[in-house]
Every structure is written in C-alpha cells, then in structure tokens.
Write a new protein. Sequence first.
Length: 99
Amino acid sequence: MPDTAMTLAAFQQLIRDRYFETDNARGAPRTWLWFCEEVGELAEAIARRERGEPIDANLAEEFADVLAWLATLANITGVDLTQAVHDKYIADGGPDGTK
C-alpha cells in the first residue's frame, strides 16, 4: 500500500500526463473499444475468482486497468471525474434511490 493515498484528480492527471497525446489521437470511439475490452478482462477475472481460482493479483490489475481506461475516456472527452463524482453523488446529498 502506498504511503499516501492518491486522489481521483491526481490519478486522472497522471493518466493525462503519460498518455494523452496518443489517447487523444486514437479518439473516443476507438478508446471506448479498448475500455470495453478491459471491462471484459475484469469480468473474466471476477468469474475465475468466483470459481475459486486464486487470481487476486490479476483481479487487482484488471480493476486498475479499467480505472485507467475510464480516466483516459474522461480526459479525451473533457470530463473532470472528480467534479462529475461530486456533482452526481455528493452535491445536495447525492441521487435518490439505490445504486
């Protein structure tokens, strides 16, 4: 575990700093396909875990990949994830109902 927690904003900026030029050139539609592929890999890792296969490291990697590709999509479409989360889930008590 790292000594200090990383904020969502810091993570989004890290992804922007490392990958924005390439990601932006690829564009949102092709990046969406990469994101979906990573979600599929996460689904496979969860399924293996449910079958009792010891793959905790792979499961964590797939969660990290999905988060990174989500940050990539947010970066190339101009969405500030911290602001989006705040507006949707924190401001005014968050949405009604269940998630």
